[in-house]
Design a protein around this ligand. Structure first.
Ligand SMILES: *Cc1c(COP(=O)(O)O)cnc(C)c1O
Length: 387
């Protein structure tokens, strides 16, 4: 039997509507042309599809279509935003000191890009630590600000614990400071209302495969007024207003666009249905003694749970839970299984961080899925504790 999929925070399946639109962009009878071809209809038609998709995404996040740069995903968007801003500043003023504020619980694509700049380019870095509920507070940003702070990079929603950062409040306190605000919104799109104007962000990273679009495509929102300077990290044909070269993958972009359109249409209804399922599952799991919810209970997205069961190892639990597909709080590398750095940053000890289980629901999760998964997790945790 195929396991119940409760790992929507890792990736989502494509919506059938998305897959259908993508298929129309591949073959001779469809929009397969190079969107940069100016001399014939194949190119024009493909370009038209790309611009329709750009419009759908811009509508979803309340942006101007010209503020959207297509990338290969949020990993690339984060790298382009962070390295691109620092490089642009260095080109303007080679010798001024630069300081970045970010947090200890960002995605590795942010943490490692920032670490690269610290190590090789002399940029100073402050890593904010979350409170025990996983929240980063605006006051912490305020306290860390220096005259030379040029960039604040914080995620809207954490991928492991689902907590929501108050981006608008952080943008507000930066309004009188020169520092730019970059937001990794990969986990926010499709879960909460994301509005670049209400939030007042300068740069924002987006990934299609977290909201029912295909893998390998994303976008970086780059504010136009006032204009944010970003130096390209991929050089070539000068696509995307010089910020990101490479032939545009029409099928991927059209998939992202359709996924964005579906989010605009379904967000509220998806959100309330999924919240009801998630709350029901949490009630079921909460019957177990010594269960700990990781991350704030209320300031989190509706589809997300992260729990630790005292005395039960996360890896053992996962391998015993063959009927449910979920993630553990541990990150495997080739040498060892390390406890999640996010859960460790919340102050969990190694055992409880190892025991973390991320359960994330989505658009195609049913009542029956949740009932069966809940019963199965109860059964397995009880059995492991009795051993
Ligand atoms: C998934 C994810 C990324 C990486 O996105 P890709 O498109 O897979 O490169 C970055 N940040 C967060 C918060 C994510 O959840």
């Amino acid at each position: 039997m195929t396991p119940i999929y409760l790992d929507y925070a890792a990736t989502t399946p494509c919506a059938p509507e998305v897959a259908e639109k993508m298929a129309q962009c591949l073959t001779l009878d469809g929009f397969f042309g190079n969107p940069a071809s100016r001399s014939h209809k194949y190119g024009w038609l493909a370009e038209n599809q790309v611009e329709i998709a750009r419009g759908h995404l811009a509508t979803l996040i309340n942006a101007d279509p010209r503020e959207i740069v297509w990338t290969s995903g949020a990993t690339e968007s984060n790298n382009l935003a962070i390295k691109g801003v620092i490089e642009a500043l260095r080109q303007q003023q080679p010798d001024v000191p630069l300081h970045i504020i970010t947090s200890a619980i960002e995605h590795k694509a942010v943490l490692d890009a920032v670490e690269h700049l610290r190590r090789w380019h002399g940029v100073e870095v402050t890593l904010l630590n979350p409170d025990s509920n996983g929240l980063i507070h605006p006051q912490q940003v305020s306290d860390a600000l220096r005259p030379e702070t040029c960039l604040v990079s914080l995620m809207a929603v954490n991928n492991e614990i689902g907590t929501i950062t108050d981006i608008a409040a952080i943008a507000q306190l930066l309004s009188s400071h020169r520092a730019l605000l970059h937001v990794d919104a990969a986990q926010a799109i499709g879960k909460i209302v994301v509005d670049t104007k209400a939030w007042q962000v300068d740069l924002m990273s987006i990934s299609a495969h977290k909201f029912y679009g295909p893998k390998g495509i994303g976008a970086l929102y780059v504010r136009r007024e006032p204009k944010v300077a970003v130096t390209a990290q991929l050089h070539g044909g000068g696509h995307e207003r010089g910020m990101r070269s490479g032939t545009l993958p029409t099928h991927q972009i059209v998939g992202l666009g359709e996924a964005a359109r579906l989010v605009s249409e379904h967000l509220e209804e998806d959100e309330s249905r999924i919240r009801r399922l998630r709350d029901g599952l949490w009630q079921t799991l909460n019957e177990l003694p010594d269960i700990h919810l990781n991350g704030d209970l209320t300031q989190r997205v509706a589809n997300h749970l992260n729990v630790s069961f005292a005395g039960v190892d996360g890896e053992v639990l996962l391998s015993s839970l063959a009927k449910v597909a979920l993630s553990s709080g541990s990150a495997c590398n080739s040498v060892s299984v390390e406890p999640s750095f996010v859960l460790t940053a919340l102050g969990l000890n190694r055992d409880m961080a190892h025991a973390g289980l991320r359960i994330s629901l989505g658009r195609y999760t049913t009542d029956e899925d949740v009932d069966r998964a809940g019963a199965e997790i109860l059964r397995v945790v009880r059995a492991l504790r009795e051993r």
